[in-house]
Unconditional design. Structure first.
Lengths: 462, 462
């Protein structure tokens, strides 16, 4: 039986197994889901063994474990390393989900006429890394695995992959590969397949501003004692100028400026601003002056408040002058910004603009470096051919706004360029309520991955 | 038995009855405490009847009821109307209380060496209005009630007294009095008794800023789509200039400016800035340039964010670009600002500064007018003499930063100046965790109120 036929004949089972994985609420950011995160690791290990791996093991770290598995068909054959993550983002706010985040349901949408799986982690990244497990199983079952394959599926991607560096550095030999596949990004559309060749990095900070030592009555003290919320708003506002240019001294020093030609090419990607605004129900986009929307998310760094809280946030009115206000602030970075350096610049600036009437705390959550991957490597060519085969159209190389810090790590430590082989859509509500992943995307992904192995083998031998 | 002796002999009971009242969580802002608010009204009615009122009744309104009771000893005698409120502020955040907010405990503090009652509402306003009930009881029991007395104790003060206007207007004859006593303010200290003669008004707004129609991934969209938290921070920041002067057009148009002489007199009140900063653990005060701390809370309006929320506020990091951000913003007003007008100016300005990339909602919660009361009326003189008798020192007239919207209502509808006869301290943590009220303050208040009745009768007959 051919690989394609095997996939066709096992569609229901391939889908149901993914739904089982999605039922495990493996939220790495919240300790109350600890057992579920471990359970997800166990699920991945079992899946690899069932698919035909020689070995699969749960590798303990200081945090959540990394699942490693491999199938070596021939030491002289090319080797593919698959990276993915079995942890998911928190599902809050739960009340905005149309169905419970860990009880997957399949519903049709405008973008997914054949149905999409609604569940936290469906697109990011369970649905996507699991395609590789299933493609591997299909190739094994059809006696048609042309390359060696290694899997490294971690459980801390959504909280900064804190323990991955050490694992990669300690296991360079074990992880040695000719190409790395990561499906944790999206395509332009099913009609316009694309491969991500640029990713932004990130520095994620948490700040706290404290005024008086306790909450005060806003009548008795208001106007005379610093209000930490007003102060925090002032401080956040002062981090961008009227052109939405970030004001942190030194912030842009290392930003690689693209040539006019490079920018022109980037802007050739199909993009309909009216459609974009319509889908988000916004009257206007909002960003740095002098750049297009594609550039704002592709080649420019950002500073976004991801969360803010302070004072009374219940029903009705409470006239409190709070003691504290806090915010989570992240900056997306572009080549060649260094996230450690940017975290430090942020901290120094934040401290420098705090008035004497408050005290501040600044903490760096985690970060990751921006990355650009080659669009001419053998791996990229194989991916291009595989997509052309399954989608009937040559994929467009794009730059995506998100961050996968591991890309830079792999480039440095494993000296291999990953292929960002994502099959989701940007409307899939990643990190949001009602995250979903197209059923058709899942299956075309499995087929494309199998096709990649074939082309990679062929091109590697040329 | 004299009134003073009766108070002395019934101290334990007077205290325990107050503790019972404090055990009722009558939070008017939160519907889940609805039954408790009604129970508190019942408690007040029963207390008035037991103290010796001719009648006491629960008067229904569209919201929580007003308890009215009276004792008419002689239609020709002077009449005292007591106003207070049995509802309390929400107790959030609960985790910052050292003991549960509705389980009163008595503990000694630096400011209250004889002990203070820790409970939500102990100072604001249960402990304070209940002094009047107990003083009334003591005068009745001693056959020494020199004036007629009327009680009007409401249950919606902490949510804007929405239904009081109608009640007062509909019951002008019933409420007719020669003086109104309100104990809902504080004194400078036990050593420096004071009577409040000025109060700020308030306009309380709630705003919501919406960007895209759903939460987005901050990587995919960050930098290109408005972040409503950043926008809200910008908008809030732009409401004050570098001198902490409020920038809403027309905001200061009706602010009554004091003469240099009036300002000098105001600043004669005992005030130790170092002590003030030390108690609040702040390095610097923070307020409008050109004014002292006493002026900033006494004669200048404010704009304070009382609560802000948006995005992910749980543990760890979530890279969300939220759809919405909200804030509760209140402005303390001074004579002759009108709260309806200020609410409108705020709303117009807030809408005008919103960028086209977001939509905004603005809602006015409630408000109240600022007020100044006479420091030369018969009532004020009687209060002065009563305090001089019990504290051994003539009280200082002060202006307080808080708001009691009812003062302006009484002045207008009942044509009577209230006496703001407060016995709390500004360190009592009103509206904050660990609110408390001094046991000594409670008893000296009861004695002073009884002394007031005596002096008011004498001075009224002169």
């Amino acid at each position: 039986m051919s690989v394609t036929n095997f996939i066709q004949n096992n569609k229901d089972r391939f889908l149901n197994e993914l739904l089982d994985l999605l039922r495990i609420p493996s939220v790495s950011a919240d300790p109350k889901f600890k057992n579920a995160v471990f359970a997800a690791a166990e699920f991945v290990k079992e899946s690899l063994i069932k698919a035909g791996a020689d070995t699969a093991e749960i590798c303990q770290t200081k945090g959540y474990p990394i699942v490693y598995g491999e199938k070596i068909i021939d030491p002289s054959a090319p080797t593919v390393l698959v990276y993915g993550h079995y942890d998911v983002q928190p599902a809050d706010p739960y009340e905005l989900w149309d169905s419970p985040p860990f009880e997957p349901v399949i519903k049709k949408t405008e973008e997914h006429p054949q149905g999409a799986i609604f569940a936290r982690g469906s697109a990011d990244d369970k649905g996507q890394f699991y395609m590789h497990v299933k493609a591997f199983e299909a190739m094994m079952a059809s006696n048609d695995l042309p390359c060696n394959v290694k899997f490294m599926i971690e459980g801390e991607e959504e909280v900064g992959s804190d323990n991955l560096d050490k694992f990669v550095i300690d296991n360079k030999e074990k992880l040695k590969a000719d190409v790395i596949l990561i499906s944790d990004t999206h395509m332009i559309s099913m009609k316009d397949p694309s491969i991500t060749v640029g990713l932004r990095g990130m520095a994620y900070m948490e700040v706290e501003v404290t005024g008086a030592n306790r909450d005060l009555h806003s009548g008795t003290y208001g106007g005379a004692v610093a209000n930490p919320i007003n102060v925090l708003c002032d401080m956040i506002a002062s981090m961008k100028d009227e052109n939405d240019h970030i004001t942190i001294p030194g912030f842009y020093d290392k930003v690689a400026e693209l040539t006019a030609e490079q920018r022109a090419r980037l802007n050739e990607a199909p993009f309909d601003l009216d459609e974009y605004k319509k889908k988000l129900k916004i009257a206007e986009v909002h960003g740095e002056k002098g750049y297009t929307t594609i550039e704002r998310v592709g080649i420019r760094p950002t500073l976004d408040v991801n969360g803010i809280w302070g004072g009374y946030i219940g029903e009705g009115a409470k006239t409190v002058l709070p003691s504290k206000a806090s915010a989570k602030i992240s900056m997306r970075l572009v080549p060649d910004q260094d996230w450690h350096e940017i975290s430090k610049l942020f901290e120094d600036y934040f401290r420098s603009i705090a008035p004497a009437s408050v005290t501040v705390k600044v903490k760096a959550h985690h970060g990751g470096s921006p990355a650009v991957v080659s669009d001419s490597s053998v791996g990229y060519q194989a991916a291009e051919k595989a997509m052309e085969e399954t989608f009937g159209k040559r994929p467009i190389p794009t730059r995506e706004g998100g961050s996968i810090p591991i890309v830079a790590l792999f480039q440095k430590e494993l000296e291999t360029d990953p292929i960002l082989f994502g099959f989701g859509l940007d409307t899939d509500a990643l990190h949001s309520p009602n995250e979903h992943y197209g059923v058709a995307n899942y299956f075309i992904g499995i087929e494309t991955i199998a096709a990649f192995f074939k082309h990679f083998k062929t091109l590697s031998n040329q």
